[in-house]
Design a protein around this ligand. Structure first.
Ligand code: SF4
Length: 474
């Protein structure tokens, strides 16, 4: 749906948050000078916060609501409370205007389960806050509640624990929905060996950093990109430097056409415990349309070859891919279940800036179809014995939905839980990697980003390691 407004607020610092709420209802919203005036005033008194919303488009034209919030304490929790309260007021107005309910109500963040955990930690009735205060639907609250319960035994928030992330942002081809920095192999062929060499040096430095900081490493995740795109020699060189005493070692092999016998052997020899084989769809016409350049047979071949080893296997599917109707998606879900991987993650297509689909004007805004697909996946996967155990949401996603990881009992990917719940420090390596230092007492994460593109990463060289060392030890 589209709308043209001139959105004004005295709370400029929340402008982006407010526009996210508006965008959940109207994905094609235009905030322009000659749009219909939409004004949100946030008034903070000593003990009370009031929101006044004025817009001629609203049935009442004028909307006012107040809540007792002790702003004199002025800490992070109070700021979050004010923001949430004003977003709910805006949500209620947008609901009146559009006459639709959204599955996640006024929630716009990436990590609903993290908020649910935080509320439980504060001794609050998280279910009640979600359904009554934040307007999240019963069904989505059930999902979040189930995920939080299923994380018991994996969820660990403890000082001195870290995960290591290694980024290899290179892929055989570019998927049409991709907005990552990942480069097509053929376009960076000459830089790949140089990149791998510098990454190996960064990993050697990472080992020293871990010794110096004393972190206990829980999980190592090599992602991208498609890490299996690089040569066997480089692949072995990188993986053999990743022994940090972790209990879980995952490689996002991803593209079935890059999963060869030799790559599998290297992963086995270097102690990898989990790999991903990502079909995205089991329909050939879809694979062709999204730029994957591999066949459905390749998926079965790669999966069968990987099954000869003892790896746990993650698989990914995406709902709402171009050209797919409900039956096409259902087929992919059923094919995935029949393979019986340890993990099935069901994504909902997000049209991110910079993707070929977005640039080409593709519209994925059929909310009903998206909901039908995602509901079917949840039902079928759970009926087959899988449990939802992590989730995240993205901007510009079909139907305002989510991505959910389901696992066979006891087969959860620890890294997925850690990264989504932000419960551990992350030591990131490679172009585009973002290290995160967790301060549990303050419930805060500090970030330190490596340069994004291959070129910049290579040009900065060891300066990147020094900056990271300073971040963790300085
Ligand atoms: S495999 Fe992933 S990172 Fe690579 S192009 Fe496709 S979506 Fe992007």
């Amino acid at each position: 749906m589209s709308i043209e407004i001139k959105f004004e607020t005295n709370a400029e610092k929340y402008y982006q948050d407010y526009m996210e709420v508006v965008r959940e209802f109207y994905p094609h919203v235009l905030d322009k000078e000659d749009g219909e005036r939409f004004h949100l005033s946030l008034i903070e008194d000593a003990e009370q916060v009031t929101v006044i919303i004025e817009c001629p488009l609203l049935p009442e034209k004028y909307y006012k609501i107040s809540e007792k919030i002790d702003i004199s304490r002025n800490n992070l929790a109070i700021i979050a409370q004010i923001k949430r309260f004003s977003k709910v007021a805006l949500y209620d107005c947008m609901k009146k205007l559009s006459k639709i309910d959204l599955p996640y109500g006024s929630l716009t963040g990436i990590r609903p389960t993290k908020l649910f955990h935080d509320l439980l930690f504060q001794g609050k009735d998280a279910r009640k806050v979600f359904t009554e205060d934040l307007r999240v639907s019963e069904s989505k609250t059930d999902l979040i509640d189930d995920i939080v319960k299923n994380q018991s035994g994996v969820y660990l928030k403890k000082d001195g624990v870290a995960d290591v992330f290694v980024n290899i942002p290179i892929c055989p081809t570019r998927c049409v929905y991709c907005s990552f920095i990942s480069a097509e192999f053929s376009k960076v062929k000459k830089q790949v060996p140089l990149y791998c060499d510098l990454l190996k040096r960064e990993l050697a430095d990472c080992k020293r950093l871990i010794a110096d900081t004393g972190y206990k490493i829980r999980s190592v995740y090599i992602g991208g990109g498609t890490p299996t795109s690089v040569s066997d020699e480089d692949f072995y060189g990188i993986l053999s430097l990743c022994d940090f005493g972790q209990e879980e070692f995952t490689v996002e092999a991803g593209r079935p056409d890059t999963i060869t016998e030799s790559k599998l052997k290297i992963m086995d020899e270097t102690g990898v415990t989990r790999i991903s084989v990502n079909p995205q769809s089991f329909n050939q016409s879809t694979l062709d349309a999204i730029g994957r350049r591999h066949t459905v047979d390749d998926i079965y071949r790669a999966y069968g070859a990987a099954r000869k080893y003892s790896f746990d296997i993650n698989t990914d599917l995406i709902a709402m891919l171009p050209g797919e109707d409900f039956d096409a998606f259902r087929r992919s879900v059923d094919c995935s279940i029949a393979l019986r991987p340890e993990n099935i993650t069901v994504h909902t297509l997000a049209l991110k800036k910079g993707s070929v689909l977005k640039v080409g004007g593709y519209d994925n805004a059929s909310d009903e179809l998206a909901a039908k697909m995602v509901d079917y996946a949840r039902e079928a996967v759970c009926a087959a014995g899988y449990l939802p155990y992590y989730m995240y949401r993205q901007k510009y996603v079909s139907g305002n939905l989510e991505n959910v990881g389901y696992s066979l009992p006891g087969k959860y990917c620890v890294y997925n839980v850690d990264i989504m719940e932000e419960t551990t420090t992350i030591i990131a390596n490679g172009a585009g990697g973002i290290s995160k230092k967790l301060d549990i007492a303050e419930n805060r994460l500090e970030r330190c980003a490596n340069p994004k593109g291959l070129d910049v990463y290579l040009s900065r060289g060891e300066e990147v390691f020094d900056k990271k060392r300073e971040f963790f030890l300085g």
